[in-house]
Design a protein around this ligand. Sequence first.
Ligand SMILES: C[S@@+](CC[C@H](N)C(=O)[O-])C[C@H]1O[C@@H](n2cnc3c(N)ncnc32)[C@H](O)[C@@H]1O
Length: 198
Amino acid sequence: MTTDSGHFRPYHEAVAGRPPRPTLLRALAAFDAEDRVGFAVDLGAGEGRDAIVLLQRGWSVLAIDSDTTALARLRTRSDLPEGARLVTLEASFVDAAWPAADLVNSSFALPLCPPDRFPALWARIGESLRPGGRFAGQLYGERDSWAGRPGLTVHTRGAARALFAGWTIEMFEEEETDAVTPRGEAKHWHIFHVVARR
Ligand SMILES: C[S@@+](CC[C@H](N)C(=O)[O-])C[C@H]1O[C@@H](n2cnc3c(N)ncnc32)[C@H](O)[C@@H]1O
């Protein structure tokens, strides 16, 4: 799985303007219930379908993506609120560092990490969360069509849940569907949608 800048450009064009992910909305509802607004890191933010909602709700956001065009799209979105506290970083989240955060969000991006690098990335995510901070995002299961592609990490259900040992899992939904990707590719999806509190 390449992470070359440009590889995801057709994807970004296909999903432009789509609504935020349910995982992000679930995490935001939990923060709302705690009257907590803070700092979020969005790993693989793309053109910002999740980041934009965070910004509109007053969060500060560090959006990390390896695709410069996607980040430019985010910075120039017409629905960006005035005074939005947005910083973009063109980098691979596999290597990037980020400050302590209330939320690490990564929608449909975290599996795009080579398996041998995933444990360190996951440790960095956990260590970066402030007390009561949350992770929201997706992991791919071992029956996903893309399992076995170079550079892609998949998890069994047990291994996915084990990542959250010691956390409070607030959402853990397993999805298996045959569908077409935003780029028009037929695919068997095996996904874990997760929200968890550290
Ligand atoms: C499937 S898209 C998801 C985008 C967005 N989060 C969403 O939910 O629509 C994956 C995103 O991760 C980015 N990406 C892939 N590998 C990356 C890496 N190693 N570091 C940073 N961004 C990466 C791609 O450029 C793309 O924007």
